[in-house]
Design a protein around this ligand. Structure first.
Ligand code: HEM
Ligand code: HEM
Length: 198
């Protein structure tokens, strides 16, 4: 490792993140074509886009499970525990009442990770129901499409915030190096995540 740098994300974590991001963006693009009548008319071929969307969704979930099973499972579990632990400092950080030194992930990132995981499950379940409902009326519920569309709006808000912090915001965009090359500057880690024992 280059001197002055610390390891932030393992290879498994980076592959998992980018497989998740790529799958999500393909589903977002194909989903928007299905959703917006003007786009569907421009692109034409709605049935093919629908197949790409549905099988893309199945492929997305299978690819994530495969990366998790074939990669460094123990490391992923450790990271999941670090993302899952919500303590008093995290509440202070969210309220911004006083300085609240953060660990490997700040409270905003923990929330983002929890919502991303919950949305993935809900997208999958509602998508499967939409698909099954077309084949068997017993699986047809009025609220399924409302849920699938609501998740689309909620995840778009998260994505815009996420991209702003990861690519544009001068104080945080150094994190992109961690998600691409795996390492970040020691001084940056110390400033943003002082309670992270690297
Ligand atoms: C996780 C796996 C997913 C599965 C299995 C799935 C499945 C489906 C199915 C079967 C439809 C109905 C297509 C139709 O009859 O027009 C649909 C629609 C749609 N999906 Fe997904 N989907 C998934 C994830 C996503 C994600 C991640 C997004 C966006 C980020 C998304 C956005 C949409 C949109 C916008 C529509 C159009 C809804 C409408 O017509 O009101 N889906 N999806
Ligand atoms: C394609 C554009 C994307 C870029 C440039 C990007 C960039 C990043 C970076 C740099 C980090 C590491 C932050 C750190 O140092 O802790 C990260 C973490 C993360 N990303 Fe992304 N990401 C992208 C897309 C996505 C998408 C589409 C999702 C979910 C659907 C996602 C979910 C997450 C989650 C849950 C984390 C960990 C928690 C957090 O840091 O907020 N990312 N991303």
């Amino acid at each position: 490792m280059k001197p002055g740098y610390v390891k932030r994300f393992s290879r498994t974590e980076r592959v998992l993140h980018w497989v998740n991001a790529a799958g999500f963006l393909i589903l977002l693009a194909s989903g928007l074509i299905l959703y917006l009548p003007s786009l569907a008319a421009d692109v034409g071929r709605r049935p093919e886009i629908k197949d790409i969307h549905f099988w893309g969704g199945i492929g997305w979930v299978c690819a994530l499970v495969l990366v998790a099973l074939l990669g460094d499972r123990r490391g992923l579990l450790r990271t999941a525990r670090q993302m899952d632990g919500f303590d008093r400092e995290d509440i202070y950080w969210l309220r911004r009442r006083r300085p609240a030194p953060q660990g490997r992930f700040n409270a905003g990132q923990k929330l983002n990770a929890a919502l991303t995981a919950a949305f993935l499950v809900l997208f999958f379940v509602s998508g499967m129901l939409l698909w099954a409902g077309e084949r068997d009326t017993r699986f047809r519920f009025a609220s399924t499409v409302v849920l699938h569309d609501g998740l689309l709006y909620a995840s778009l808000v998260l994505l815009v915030g996420h991209l702003y912090l990861a690519v544009l915001h001068p104080a945080t965009r150094h994190s992109l190096r961690g998600m691409t090359l795996g390492t970040v500057r020691e001084d940056w880690a110390e400033e943003h995540h002082p309670r992270w024992d690297t």
